[in-house]
Design a protein around this ligand. Structure first.
Ligand SMILES: Nc1ncnc2c1ncn2[C@@H]1O[C@H](COP(=O)(O)OP(=O)(O)O)[C@@H](O)[C@H]1O
Ligand SMILES: [Mg+2]
Length: 333
């Protein structure tokens, strides 16, 4: 649906986006995560040509936006909604007029606007705030107005630039739920930039991890949580599934401490317990957790393995080979 083909964006000597190449699928919620300065916003702005790529192409449903004139681009841009971290509402206009503004810009009649705005406000749960001004709204309500405005002209795509980064955790959850509902009910493709892995875990289907203008890792969110490959992806996963063990647990131990990640399927759990039995190793469970990502369970188990050195090493090797998801957190004391 959105084909990003070898897109590079340079500002003088800064390469903000560096040869990015991937496809966003119709109907998915696609996350782009990275630290500040990674190039996320620049890439997102390239998708609707708010920034023209220095090199490369953006194709939406097969249409090459980079080949269009500025006038044609403005027309295409109406099919792409966008929301921002700081909402960008017009403070002198009411909620109704903020939303009506996009409809006017698209040339809708007064009658169409009178009919459409209440539908949009209803969809974002703000029917009773129509005559309020932005200053009278909470952050979450302001973002809902931003969403209503972005959806006014029935876009195919919704771009979200850190849309929840200015909100508290509870409000963040409710805005993410709204985005999910919009994605599911209206079939709108959502591209969501964030620096928070929890946001990715909560709503995204796939994610790209960015660093220094490049995509360093890309895949299904579940797979990235289950087996992150790059150091950066591992860091982001750890921010959500951080199982730091207290020093005192690491101190008086009798065997190595390992972390095993398993995909919540009984086959894998069986590998672990059968291996330990087979090699005569006993496990002291220090920590266990199951998270649900896209409704699929992902388990993490931290155990101390107690047995003879040879037996312990053999079972580590065997579990590693079978699950590929064993990490030794602390070796033998
Ligand atoms: N308009 C601009 N002019 C010059 N440099 C820019 C401009 N926009 C972004 N940059 C630079 O490009 C890099 C990526 O920025 P940005 O896309 O905003 O990253 P992110 O959104 O991941 O924080 C940064 O080094 C930033 O300073
Ligand atoms: Mg940014």
């Amino acid at each position: 649906m959105i084909d990003i083909q070898h897109v590079t964006k340079r500002y003088k000597d800064v390469t903000a986006v560096d040869d990015v190449n991937f496809t966003i699928r119709q109907g998915e919620i696609f996350g782009i995560i990275g630290y500040s300065g990674a190039g996320k916003s620049t890439l997102l702005r390239c998708l609707n040509l708010l920034e023209r790529p220095t090199e490369g192409k953006i194709l939406i449903d097969g249409k090459d936006l980079t080949s269009l004139s500025d006038k044609e681009v403005r027309k295409e841009r109406q099919k792409i909604g966008m929301i921002f971290q700081h909402f960008h509402l017009v403070s002198s206009k009411t909620v109704f007029d903020n939303v009506a503004f996009s409809l006017k810009a698209a040339g809708k009649t007064k009658e169409e606007i009178q009919k459409r705005v209440p539908e949009l406000l209803e969809m974002v749960g703000l029917s009773d705030r129509s005559r309020h001004y932005p200053a009278q709204l909470s952050g979450g309500q302001k973002q809902r107005v931003g969403i209503a405005r972005a959806l006014a002209n029935d876009p195919k795509v919704l771009l979200c630039d850190e849309a929840t980064s200015a909100l508290d955790p509870t409000t963040t959850k409710s805005i993410l739920q709204l985005l999910k509902k919009i994605n599911e009910n209206l079939g709108i493709t959502v591209v969501l930039i964030t620096h928070e892995m929890e946001v990715v875990q909560d709503v995204c289907h796939r994610v790209a991890v960015m660093e220094n203008g490049k995509v360093v890792e890309l895949g299904e969110v579940y797979d990235i949580f289950a087996a992150p490959k790059t150091a950066l992806a591992k860091q982001f996963v750890r921010t959500v599934h951080s199982l730091e063990l207290p020093e005192r647990l690491l101190a008086g131990r009798k065997g190595p401490i390992v972390q095993i990640t398993f995909q919540g399927e009984s086959a894998e759990e069986a590998v672990i317990s059968e291996t330990l039995k087979q090699f005569n190793v006993s496990a002291n469970i220090l920590h266990g957790q199951i998270s649900y990502i896209q409704d699929r369970p992902l388990g993490t188990l931290i155990i101390e393995m107690i047995g003879s050195n040879a037996d312990v090493q053999q079972s580590i090797d065997y579990i590693t080979k079978r699950t590929n998801q064993l990490e030794v957190l602390a070796g033998v004391a």
